[in-house]
Design a protein around this ligand. Structure first.
Ligand code: AMP
Ligand code: MG
Length: 414
């Protein structure tokens, strides 16, 4: 895939998939594992729940003692004792007695049901029952959620806070996960100033650097190396060289097109990166370089901030996710009707920035953001989805059903 051949989006995804290896497994303390991806299957070692417990605050009863209790025929039961959650004693309920019991407490032997506190009348050390509960009512049964030895989480599960909750409940203190990639960011451009500096006409503030750093942070990745440099071939080469030693992925922004000062391709080739593709038939972001050096990947993104954001979302994240062991593809879409007609030239697929909206006809539409040139950052900053405008189409009428990628910068996976 050399030279000037322009590939389509699906082909780019395929090439990234073919050239990206999932990273080795590491073992982490449970609390450190948020946002990583399980590299092992998790089975229950006991039934879950492991013991019979009360689902409510109430009273443990034996049905024989209640016979045909009713409003006209109330039954009085003496309180034999109190069982709190955490009490590990094994009590036995005596005939014609009741235990006062709290949510989560171990149910005493000989109990058929727990009557809710609200459904009895408490009098000194007695309760009055005027309704017979169902057998097993308000008792959490052993194994009702999982039997012993049941698969709870498969390999490749993304560890979210509730997954941590379950693993903690199962007593798993350490988990085996796929490592996350070490990522470097190199931003190039003679016109760039730090965002905190004053700019003269002709200069702009670097927005790609802050974007890339925080887009990675949103995935729980702190870049190992971040540098903004001038369009100087030797400097770019030195910096790529330096980053190569410490990274799994290098992301550059700017300097990858056909301009006289676009040195990223040449510089990375001199460091030992081999081109896999250079141009993709997408908009924004036609110049979109992908190269490999051993197992190390380099994504040479264009300079336009919207193109950077779209390429990062649709392509770079895919490589990151694959390294992290996430099973996902960026070629999976939702669909929705389009709120306004769209037009473009044929030849490139356009990822039009859009927003889902609840329209007055009660349907959910996608509304394209109208100011959509690739230097107009507002379009991507306000978008919550990308509308796929197919490569070979020049017009999409209002109401046509379009493919849509949801945009969630914090989501691990698509
Ligand atoms: P390039 O791909 O280097 O030719 O840059 C394309 C366009 O993106 C130019 O208008 C640049 O000024 C702009 N650009 C490049 N890098 C950045 C950056 N880091 N932040 C904001 N805009 C940039
Ligand atoms: Mg440039």
């Amino acid at each position: 895939m050399k030279g000037t051949t322009m590939i389509n989006f699906n082909k780019a995804v395929k090439l990234i998939n073919q050239n990206t290896q999932t990273l080795p497994i590491v073992e982490l303390p449970l609390i450190e594992s948020l946002g990583f991806v399980l590299a092992e299957k998790i089975h229950t070692k006991t039934p879950i729940p492991a013991f019979k417990s009360s689902a409510v605050d109430g009273f443990a009863v034996n049905l024989k003692a209640l016979k045909s209790a009713s409003e006209n025929n109330p039954v009085k039961l003496k309180i034999q004792g109190i069982i709190q959650a955490g009490d590990t004693n094994k009590y036995i309920l005596k005939q014609n007695f009741t235990f006062k019991i709290f949510t989560g407490a171990l149910v005493p032997e000989n109990t058929d049901a727990i009557i809710m506190k609200e459904d009895v009348i408490e009098e000194d050390d007695y309760i009055i029952v005027n309704k017979v509960p169902e057998k097993k009512e308000n008792i959490r049964a052993i194994g009702e959620e999982y039997p012993q030895g049941k698969l709870v989480f498969d390999k490749h599960t993304v560890i979210t806070p509730p997954v941590i909750s379950m693993l903690a409940f199962l007593g798993i203190g350490k988990v085996r996960v796929f490592n996350k990639p070490k990522v470097s960011i190199i931003v190039t451009g003679n016109e760039l100033k730090d965002y905190q500096e004053k700019v003269k006409e002709g200069e702009i503030r670097d927005s790609n650097g802050p974007f890339l750093v925080t887009a990675l942070k949103a995935l729980g990745i702190t870049p190992v190396f971040v540098k903004t440099i001038k369009d100087d071939k030797n400097l770019i080469k030195d910096v790529i060289q330096e980053a190569t030693g410490i990274s799994d992925i290098i992301i550059t922004a700017g300097g990858v097109s056909v301009g006289d000062y676009d040195y990223v391709k040449e510089a990375s080739a001199e460091v030992g990166f081999n081109e896999i593709y250079w141009k993709i038939a997408i908009k924004p972001g036609k110049p979109n370089y992908f190269a490999k050096n051993g197992n190390k990947l380099l994504f040479g993104l264009p300079g336009n901030p919207v193109a950077v954001a779209v390429a990062f979302y649709m392509l770079v994240r895919f490589a990151i996710f694959k390294m992290m062991g996430v099973k996902c593809v960026p070629t999976k879409y939702d669909s929705a009707p389009l709120l306004f007609a769209l037009s473009k030239k044929v030849g490139r697929m356009e990822f039009v920035r859009g927003r889902y909206i609840n329209y007055s006809d009660k349907n959910v539409y996608v509304e394209p953001i109208m100011k959509r040139e690739s230097h107009m950052i507002g379009s991507i900053a306000l978008a919550n989805c990308l509308i796929h405008f197919p490569q070979n189409k020049s017009f999409l009428p209002r109401g046509s059903i379009v493919d849509v990628t949801n945009v969630d910068w914090f989501k691990i996976g698509y």
